[in-house]
Design a protein around this ligand. Structure first.
Ligand SMILES: *Cc1c(COP(=O)(O)O)cnc(C)c1O
Length: 379
């Protein structure tokens, strides 16, 4: 018998979430409805590339980082655009991008130089690559500085003339779309200023920006061009916002991490539980041991009080999470026994965001960190 733990991935919830996001994007005045890159980096935030490709059939494109994941999408029959969010890393990648018709982000001069050199080496032979030239508007992670941007864009347009690049567009990334509209507005102003008059498509909005009323509609898009949104986390049924739950956003959890009780014991008042004896009971109680630990991707920093559901009843984690096990308070679940179902997060359990909050992190990290040893059930 395998250990009683699994992660159920719901393809229909992935589709539902994408549909929910798209439904609230009526076309803004004078603009056509935006297109969506469904972001599936990090193995589709832990949900599996294959499941994401099936769940996101309605998206106009897919966006990710790994070349291998992009190739996998093509092998699965995804024929629409694929965006590499960090572009390519070495000259040898360029031929692969061409072969698989991948759209590349270009965020630095080194990448532009590699493209120009590759084009010069094989004049006319290669298929032109579509590209988004990235502007740094204050995230200070990737992207050309505003003062260098028009020059970089001119080089990209020249590469287009030479048949090295196909469509050329503009992109940036927000640092605080989830919590600070003023900083976000400043970033958007910098974007508008630096890209003014430059032709091409536009891609700016992550989940938080996509779900912020009026934000994407305020992005200026040249006549006849498209805006591409880049939602990620919301498509998996987690919230990008600290003050709005996924449920309030109409999203469904796409991953449910569930296990079983493998032991039930009664402890005396004053007894302690687990490593470091960090939990000490004040009275006699029943404690359940769950077949899930940090080696499964459950966060070790989720301490006593973290919500968890046993036999449909919400209760709490006790003490420190071990590598392969954790303890729960069975006081509110008197009938719980070995084999009782435990939901760590997802459908019928706490949201991944609640568990993340208790562990001092964000839902993104928990979803991505699901360990390969946890079997996935596709529903
Ligand atoms: C991860 C990522 C996104 C998606 O972000 P979410 O917060 O998950 O919606 C969009 N754009 C870029 C460049 C990213 O790296």
């Amino acid at each position: 018998m395998p250990r009683p733990i699994s992660a159920t991935v719901s393809v229909s919830s992935l589709s539902h979430n994408l549909h929910t996001v798209i439904r609230q994007l009526g076309p803004a005045a004078g603009q056509r409805a935006p297109s969506v890159w469904a972001v599936i980096k990090a193995n589709a935030y832990g949900h599996g590339i294959d499941n994401a490709v099936r769940g996101f059939q309605q998206a106009q494109g897919l966006a990710m980082l790994d070349l291998d994941e992009a190739v996998r999408c093509r092998e699965l029959g995804w024929d629409k655009p694929i965006l590499l969010l960090e572009g390519f890393f070495q000259p040898g990648d360029i031929a692969v991008l061409q072969e698989y018709r991948l759209t590349t982000a270009v965020h630095c001069q080194e990448q532009l130089d590699m493209l120009l050199a590759a084009g010069a080496a094989r004049p006319g032979a290669a298929r032109p690559l579509d590209a988004f030239i990235k502007l740094n508007t204050g995230m200070n992670r990737l992207g050309f500085a505003a003062e260098d941007y028009p020059g970089a864009y001119r080089q990209a347009l020249a590469a287009q003339e030479r048949g090295i690049l196909g469509a050329v567009g503009k992109m940036t990334h927000f640092a605080r779309a989830d919590d600070d509209p003023i900083v976000t507005r400043q970033q958007l102003d910098i974007f508008h200023q630096a890209t003014q008059g430059l032709p091409g498509k536009v891609s700016v909005c992550n989940s938080a920006a996509t779900l912020t009323q009026g934000l994407w509609a305020g992005v200026s898009v040249p006549q006849g061009q498209e805006q591409w949104l880049r939602p990620g986390i919301c498509l998996y049924g987690a919230s990008p916002f600290a003050d709005r739950t996924a449920e309030q956003l109409g999203l469904l959890p796409a991953m449910t991490l569930a296990a079983e009780l493998i032991s039930v014991r009664r402890i005396a008042g004053g007894a302690a539980v687990g490593y470091g004896h960090s939990f000490v009971s004040s009275e006699p109680m029943r404690v359940g041991i769950v077949a899930c630990g940090y080696a499964d991707g459950y966060p070790r920093h989720a301490g006593t009080g973290t919500p968890i559901v046993v036999d449909g009843v919400r209760t709490r984690v006790l003490g420190r999470v071990s590598m392969d096990m954790l303890a729960v308070d069975l006081t509110p679940v008197p009938r719980a026994r070995v084999g009782s179902r435990v939901v760590l997060w997802g459908q019928g359990g706490p949201s991944v965001d609640e568990v993340a909050l208790a562990a001092g992190t964000i839902g993104y990290e928990l979803l991505c960190a699901l360990a390969p040893r946890v079997p996935k059930i596709i529903a």
